[in-house]
Write a protein that binds this ligand. Structure first.
Ligand code: PAF
Length: 289
């Protein structure tokens, strides 16, 4: 027989641990790719990366309520478990972990991870609840599975740095790795939320990365940072976006760039991060500078 074996779906932490205990006893390694489902090529590239690094891959699919504020898109967020599993069936997946909200947050749940450092600013200025929700659920997922490594998309660059920081601070023995942002042919970063865009908005959305690249080019040429970022914000507005931020930060810890302009030696060590609204859809992206 050839082909991939049928998917094993675990819905409880107990079932997941039974699977991982078996791998551990055999001395086999496993990687986790945590997701909220609505899988696209970006997620699948993380699965492929995970397959090269471990004997088994667990993909978790859980739309985590605690990282959404009451006014956000928790109810509208696409839930496509069957389609997701059909996509994963093309890969060698050890298990798909699809817990219920009750499994993750049973009655009486009242513990959260609080954060500082890379969690400050950027997304937190606009979604103050977000990283506490992410940190709490990712901690629970990592403690449920105890994977050797876990992979998160660089598309959510601040999230990646926040997770790396708290995993280190909390001595979680899982290596946290980033996977490169996957882009559509025109450059738009892949995101489950792109499904919200109308045809016109989809055509317009590409201007986000175009303006970010123009801004990054100016920064790399040594233009004044303040002017380049202000012009970038203005260009975003003129392109029809309502920007939350366009900001330059150290790649390793997300400290805000404080200098007047980048020197040649500094190039490659920074990240330009942006979040914008396009109609009712919030887009985020980041690129190396
Ligand atoms: O990036 C995501 O999809 C989510 O924030 C994560 C890391 C799976 C936590 O719910």
């Amino acid at each position: 027989m050839t082909g991939t074996p049928p998917l094993t779906i675990a819905r409880t932490i107990t079932d997941l641990r039974t699977i991982t205990k078996n791998w551990r006893q055999k001395g086999e390694t496993f990687a986790m790719v945590p997701t909220m489902g609505a899988l696209h090529a970006g997620h699948l590239s993380l699965v492929e990366q995970a397959q090269t690094l471990a004997d088994h891959v667990i993909v978790s699919i859980f739309v985590n309520p605690t990282q959404f504020a009451p006014n956000e898109d928790f109810d509208a967020y696409p839930r496509t478990e069957q389609e997701d599993c059909a996509k994963l069936a093309n890969y060698r997946i050890g298990a798909v972990f699809c817990p219920s909200a009750r499994e993750m947050y049973p009655d009486g749940f009242c513990t959260h991870v609080t954060l500082d450092g890379p969690a400050k600013g950027l997304e937190s200025d606009f979604r103050p609840h977000f990283f506490q929700g992410v940190a709490t659920v990712v901690t629970k997922l990592l403690l449920a599975a105890h994977p050797d490594l876990a992979i998160f998309g660089e598309k959510d660059f601040q999230q990646l740095r926040v997770i790396q920081r708290f995993a280190k601070d909390l001595n979680i023995p899982t290596q946290i790795l980033g996977g490169p942002t996957m882009r559509e042919a025109d450059g738009l970063a892949m995101s489950s939320r792109n499904a919200y865009l109308s045809v016109d908005e989809r055509a317009q959305a590409v201007k986000l990365i175009t303006i970010m690249r123009q801004t990054a080019n100016r920064l790399q040429k040594g233009d004044l940072c303040k002017a380049a970022l202000e012009d970038g914000m203005q260009a975003l507005k003129e392109a029809g976006f309502t920007p939350d931020y366009l900001s330059l930060h150290e790649s390793h810890d997300l400290a805000t760039f404080k200098g007047a302009s980048l020197t040649q030696e500094q190039i490659g060590q920074f990240r330009l991060l942006a979040a914008v609204w396009l109609g009712k859809t919030r887009l985020i992206d980041n690129i190396e500078v």
